[in-house]
Design a protein around this ligand. Structure first.
Ligand code: SF4
Ligand code: ZN
Length: 314
């Protein structure tokens, strides 16, 4: 049995080919947290005294992020922000796991129940014209609600659990769609550009997805056991599989791609596009490039569908 490359006493269980390391569970956990700490410091993601909001879904990525941030900042005020999407056989499990984890870490938790707060669930969009792209609607609604929650909680910075694989997948997807504004949003640090938009950071953007799973398992982090029914057809999973095929045999393929993208491509796009002018959505008052934001367009579609039935949508 191979010995751990770092402590030498432990038995290696994790082989990190890109770093040439074989690590025992303890050294792996340490390596994982140190990388996040370095990333936060290098990109100036979090300042001393910041109230840190963490978007938490009940999955491995945000669970590992919350756990690591608690390890790095034992005395900071951290608030976990969770959205109950109202997806049957899924959302209850997510909320339960989030409650368990925040109790375990002694972190404050705010839950935004979509059905109670807004009168609809993500599932309801299935019947609208947006129903063919459920993950896209879900993403738009979640982004809006997270902005609302971050304001309500009064956080200084909002951390999300996007990992390396998510970043590379999103990069491909936005390149294909040609949506340059979306591309810019993939930056690891998005400063606040409007009083209603908090600074957003992605401390896991250099962390491979599989390592989030390992970290969660080694720390007994409660994570959801059920899958969202819409994930089976999610294009993002199909694209991730394609990217994994391309990356086979090359340890640093994803890192290289991401650094070219972040260091070379995004600055070029930003220079060419200039500053994006934001106005406020006529309906929700949140920043938008159009008169009505993407979230309100979708909620409107749902409202008109329910109008004849006496909608309870707020
Ligand atoms: Fe939302 Fe899609 Fe994730 Fe389901 S799989 S929670 S619809 S983003
Ligand atoms: Zn709006």
């Amino acid at each position: 049995m191979a010995k751990c490359s770092l402590c030498v006493d432990g038995i290696a269980e994790v082989h990190l080919t890109y770093a040439g390391l074989r690590l025992c569970p303890n050294c792996f956990k340490d390596f994982f947290v140190k990388r996040i700490k370095r990333t936060i410091e290098r990109y100036r993601m979090i300042n001393k005294g910041d109230v840190i909001g963490v978007a938490i879904s009940g999955g491995k990525d945000s669970g590992s992020l919350l756990h690591s941030l608690r390890m790095i900042y034992p005395d900071a005020q951290i608030i976990a922000l969770h959205i109950n999407l109202g997806i049957r056989n899924y959302s209850e499990d997510c909320e339960r796991k989030v409650r368990e984890l925040t109790r375990m870490l002694d972190v404050d938790l705010l839950v935004y129940d979509l059905r109670k707060r807004e009168g609809y669930t993500i599932e309801d969009f299935k019947m609208t014209r947006y129903g063919k792209k459920m993950c896209s609607v879900c993403g738009i609604i979640k982004r809006h609600v997270m902005n609302v929650m971050a304001n309500e909680a009064g956080v200084d910075v909002l951390a999300t659990g996007h990992n390396l694989d998510d970043m590379v997948e999103a990069m491909f997807s936005t390149l294909i769609s040609g949506d340059l504004n979306q591309l810019i949003r993939l930056k690891p640090v998005l400063p606040s550009t409007h009083p209603k938009l908090k600074k957003k950071v992605k401390p896991l953007f250099k962390t491979p997805e599989v390592e989030d799973l390992l970290y969660a398992a080694y720390n007994d982090i409660p994570i959801r056991e059920k899958s969202c029914k819409f994930s089976l057809t999610a294009r993002s999973l199909i694209r991730k599989r394609m990217i994994n095929n391309m990356a086979e045999g090359s340890h640093s393929f994803k890192y290289q791609l991401l650094s070219v993208f972040l260091d070379k491509l995004i600055p070029l796009i930003e220079e060419k596009k200039g500053k994006v002018v934001l106005r406020e959505c006529k309906m929700c008052g949140y920043p938008s490039q159009d008169e009505i934001c993407s979230r309100c367009k979708r909620v409107q579609a749902l409202k008109s569908l329910y109008q004849s039935e006496g909608s309870a949508i707020k």
